[in-house]
Design a protein around this ligand. Structure first.
Ligand code: UDP
Length: 240
């Protein structure tokens, strides 16, 4: 198969990816390792939009299960994504990358407000654009925020970096006979609840035919491989 090098990608990192072994909060060594991988592709001329989750700090749905108002918890979750964005910005700049954090909830003292045309301009100038605060609305996730930004910023694909090396028919941590898909359609991922992304994000990607590539973040150099068009992990596309 011919390799297709991506020119503009959206990289989605879960909050947990930043926590390393500790599972909670931010682990500087882990962030540095991720930032080095991102800096490598950015310096090679690939335009990178980053969307980072907040699950390592706060999840609205978990708080609401314990009695907190859902919307209130969700706003807290969105603020958590801003903390992560600032941490990753710091690490990227230490790796020699020019960056901008743009937030869906205004906080001008720490980051720029998200303005689509400005974001595109930053990308064209070679800056890594970190989109924080998800969609800016409660009842959504950062996966949906990532899909939204990938579409409006015309990214070639969403690269969903995870702890596992792709999408399996069942949880590989629990079942030895779990089988990894090389490709899977959006509808199959939705119907079988394969856990690629939440249903809102998947439906949006499906309706706009935006490919999602799920791959292992912790294997050194994997981001580069995906961007360079090597087929690793699982690609969600087609079947529309
Ligand atoms: N969130 C939200 N609207 C958004 C994006 C995120 O309300 O558009 C909140 C929601 O409470 C979510 C939390 O922010 O649980 C953290 O994001 P997410 O769970 O997507 O992070 P991840 O699982 O990727 O770490």
């Amino acid at each position: 198969m011919d390799k297709v090098r991506f020119s503009r990608v959206l990289l989605k990192l879960s909050g947990e990816a930043l926590a390393g072994e500790q599972k909670f909060g931010i682990e500087p060594a882990t962030i540095d390792q991720i930032a080095a991988q991102i800096a490598d592709v950015a310096k090679n001329g690939v335009e990178v939009v980053l969307v980072i989750g907040g699950g390592n700090i706060f999840r609205g749905m978990a708080a609401s299960a314990k009695g907190m108002d859902r919307a209130q918890g969700d706003y807290m979750g969105m603020l958590a994504t801003v903390l992560n964005a600032l941490a990753v910005q710091d690490a990227l700049e230490k790796n020699g990358c020019d960056t901008r954090v743009m937030t869906a909830i205004s906080m001008r003292e720490v980051a720029e407000p998200y303005i689509r045309r400005r974001a595109i301009r930053h990308l064209e100038k070679g800056r890594v654009v970190i989109c924080a605060a998800g969609t800016g609305n409660p009842y959504f996730t950062t996966d949906t925020g990532a899909t939204l930004r990938a579409l409006e910023l015309k990214c070639d694909a969403i690269l969903k970096a995870t702890k596992v090396d792709g999408v399996y028919d069942k949880d590989p941590a629990k079942f030895d006979d779990a089988v990894r898909y090389d490709t899977v359609t959006y509808s199959e991922a939705l119907e079988k609840r394969l856990g690629v992304m939440d249903a809102t994000a998947l439906a949006m990607a499906r309706d706009n035919e935006l490919p999602i590539i799920v791959f292992n973040l912790y294997a050194e150099g994997n981001i580069r491989k995906v961007v360079d068009g090597y087929t690793i992990g699982t690609t969600v596309q087609g079947g529309n």
